[in-house]
Design a protein around this ligand. Structure first.
Ligand code: ADP
Ligand code: MG
Length: 460
């Protein structure tokens, strides 16, 4: 019903403001319904939120009031990519003061509100984190397949599914996608998603109010339990103990468990051995660092979702330069799009460099190719001279390729320029090196970590 109302309002607004402004500002709005006559409209950036609130806020509210007088509050918020469980760890009692209503603009950033059946015990799901919106590439195909399998399975196939990987690589996205899928296709199954922090918070609260019995029961009655970022409970003895018991009880009853962490079970510090081995006993799937191809694919998909015309060159540039994680990549794209919409000019490579000036400068931070060569040579224990030598044995060729790859990522030098610094090599050699390293990174975890470490050291 709310959706239908919103569609009507959007139609009106479109007539009022014209096509161009509609496309830029109003179409990107996502609708989230909160309870009790409250509607939440989400925009991807603070800037867009402010713009829409100032220019169209009153009008939207008036139209909504006319459409449905029960709607007393229209919130316009930033729905950023930080995952949905942030606000969910706030106690449910911390509801905004009713006396302040009606209000229009809330404080950003705010996690999105799910429209699907909310579970007080769990956390809200980000409506954008679906399988459909997840771009699959080499670094994440295994984790994606495993997640999909769990989502589609009617019986438990591997327990637990343990997803791990660095920050911003899609762990939370996949978990929410599993939950969305099950809720849609198999609503009778009880799915509970929450962060490990929230699990801990609930547990401590139950301890305090001496109500651990009902705490236990609540958790033990679910069909699929998903706990995100379990590294948070590592080293917290009581919580870990309770988690372990909950875990065992659910596994014994043949319920599905999905866990995520930033490290593999074996590398999690402060984990008790029996919990670690339990975590290891199911299927462990990791999300590797992104490759250039995956980043490009993600940019394509996001730009299309936002309906923004982003030139291929710009996407290639971003995919090259913003290699840290998907969250930052998304943030950069959002900024570029928002800027072009504000100034009303098409996105170009120049405008992109301009808008992301600070970000790019930080990643460039005048790291020189010489510095990279030196560090990499030290790391692999070869002579610096080998960086420009003609020798092709694997032992020196691989480090050289890594250095070229890092030069491409961390400096703004062009391929021919990089080639010249490596003993006058051709730009196609550099291109090949970049590709090779990316391939290796997605297939060889140890290698990938090595490269990542070097990158971090260089960026200081
Ligand atoms: P993590 O939980 O691993 O830190 P998230 O799942 O929160 O990372 O992902 C960070 C952001 O990047 C989210 O907005 C998510 O939608 C996006 N993202 C990550 N991987 C992909 C992907 N393969 N395709 C599309 N979006 C992705
Ligand atoms: Mg996460």
């Amino acid at each position: 019903m709310i959706t239908a109302e919103w569609d009507k309002i959007k139609g009106r607004l479109r007539d009022e403001v014209g096509d161009a402004a509609y496309r830029s500002w109003l179409r990107p709005i996502t609708l989230h319904q909160a309870a009790d006559g409250e509607v939440r409209l989400g925009l991807p950036t603070r800037f867009m939120r402010d713009w829409v609130a100032t220019h169209y806020g009153e009008r939207i509210r008036a139209l909504w009031g006319a459409e449905n007088p029960a709607i007393r509050v229209v919130d316009i918020v930033v729905v950023n990519g930080r995952g949905a469980d942030i606000s969910a760890s706030v106690p449910a009692a911390a509801k905004p003061d009713a006396a302040q209503r009606p209000r229009l603009v809330s404080q950003a950033p705010c996690a999105p509100v799910a429209s699907v059946d909310q579970d007080e015990l769990g956390a809200q799901l980000d409506p954008r984190f679906t399988f459909k919106n997840f771009v699959v590439g080499k670094p994440n195909e295994f984790a994606h397949a495993a997640a999909q399998r769990v989502a589609e399975a009617t019986a438990v196939s591997f327990n637990p599914l343990f997803l791990y990987g660095g920050v911003g690589l899609g762990k939370t996205h996949l978990m929410h996608a599993i939950a969305h899928h099950i809720r849609e296709h198999n609503p009778a199954r009880r799915v509970l998603y929450l962060s490990a922090e929230k699990f801990m918070y609930r547990f401590i609260r139950a301890l305090r109010s001496q109500d651990t019995m009902s705490f236990k029961e609540q958790f033990r009655s679910v069909d699929v339990l998903m706990v995100d970022d379990v590294q948070f409970i590592a080293g917290k003895d009581a919580t870990q103990e309770e988690f372990f018991h909950t875990f065992n009880a659910l596994v014994d009853q043949g319920r599905q468990i999905v866990i995520s962490a930033d490290k593999s079970p074996s590398d999690l510090e402060g984990m008790e051995d029996r919990l670690r081995s339990r975590l290891n006993s199911g299927l462990v799937a990791d999300l590797h660092a992104t490759t250039y191809e995956l980043r490009l694919g993600i940019l394509h998909s996001k730009a299309e979702q936002m309906g923004a015309p982003v030139p291929q060159k710009v996407m290639e540039f971003l995919a090259h330069k913003i290699a840290s994680n998907v969250r930052e990549l998304e943030g950069a794209l959002n900024r570029v799009i928002a800027h072009s919409q504000l100034v009303g000019r098409a996105i170009t490579l120049e405008s992109t460099q301009d808008v992301l000036h600070d970000l790019l400068k930080a990643s460039d931070r005048r790291i020189t190719i010489e510095e990279i060569q030196k560090r990499v040579a030290e790391h692999f224990n070869i002579k610096l001279a080998e960086m420009s030598s003609a020798r092709r044995s694997r032992q020196v060729a691989r480090p050289r390729q890594v250095a070229m790859y890092l030069a491409k990522q961390l400096t703004s030098r062009s391929l021919p320029e990089i080639g010249r610094k490596f003993g006058g090599r051709d730009h196609t050699t550099v291109m090949h090196a970049v590709k090779k390293v990316e391939e290796l990174r997605s297939s060889d975890q140890g290698f990938s970590e090595d490269v990542e470490l070097l990158r971090r050291m260089l960026q200081g």
